[in-house]
Ligand binder design. Sequence first.
Ligand code: ADE
Length: 427
Amino acid sequence: MEFDIADASLAELGKQRIEWAGACMDVLSLIGNRFEAERPLDGLKIAACLHVTTETANLCINLVKGGAEVTLCASNPLSTQDDVAASLVNDYAIPTFAIKGESPDQYYRHIDALLDQHPTITMDDGCDLVSRLHSLRENQVKDVIAGTEETTTGVIRLKAMQQEGALKYPIVAVNDANTKHLFDNRYGTGQSTLDGIIRATNVLLAGTTVVVAGYGYCGKGVAMRSSGMGAQVIVCEVDPLRALEAKMDGYRVEPMAEAARKGDIFITVTGDKGVIRQEHFMAMKDGAMLANAGHFDVEIDLDVLEKLAQGRSRKVRPMVDEFTIGSDSDGGRNNTKRILVIAQGRLVNLSAAEGHPAAVMDMSFANQALAVEWAWRNANSLSPQVYPVPADIDTEIAALKLKAMGVAIDTLTDEQQNYLSSWQSGT
Ligand code: ADE
């Protein structure tokens, strides 16, 4: 079996942690039990480009129970948990190609290693696997039956491919399922982003001003949890509707140019590039901390920050780089200031912490597992476009999660059901 991991001796720790996470993934486990009995994925070769975490390990293990052959690589160079990669190879015989801190070259070599296996299903987080397959392995595209995509950024890229007629097989947008983005993006990102910032810096959030750029579901979660920890929150947005939502949710809403002067901690969650750039660095306070929770490391313009620092940068904690900007040759008046960048501007929750907790990834990865099964069952009737997760799968996952949490809900009486389906009765 081919693989590329950092250190096989970490397998025992990895296995322990995978089992710990698995105990919080009840919905995925139920699906895995059914998969084991029915083997609905027999014959499928799944290439999974996902964050290599304990939760992803549980997804892969359950896909294998369903009969699939699974190979795994990382969807981000800094998010791999090396002990998990070791255990997947050692204890579960799942070929894994991922090393925390891998270079961009190695990252793409690992994606290529998956494509060398000629997958019939792609499972992507951010669309790098699909984009590489479509641009460099055109001859292989015909072998692929379907794919799934985990994240907002990936779905945006796929829709751009579809628009241009470039997408060559059907892909299910797992991100857009309600049981994914309403929970993973909001409560998962909300908690794990602060977890990453706190583990990296040990900062006390109470009393700080946190600037959140982007008020999608991820931004909503980050703002909500920052506020809950006692920070004053300023939201920056470009979309009038979302800005209005943020305002009525009780936050200050300002352009970044103004917020830059006030923030102690900046968190980007927009999915776009250059959100914090030169004019903002210049306006910031000494000691401002910057973190990114969007998929790619493009939201904070680090090239410009490096230029402004002119070599005056150093690592001040394992996950924190300090950049000194401004002039220090002004006759003794110290006009310099320090800007602190966490996790190199990469996904802070997965680079500096462990990503979203298993209990929320349970629903995201239940969607992944059921989306693959659905796409395979319906392969003959699907065309090359982005598909939503079917509503009945979404509802089933919500019902199973409630059950696992011990929460019962009401059902409609016949009279209520009739009332809802009749248009005659009004006032
Ligand atoms: N994305 C965010 N958190 C994650 C996790 N724990 N595992 C896999 N992907 C994730």
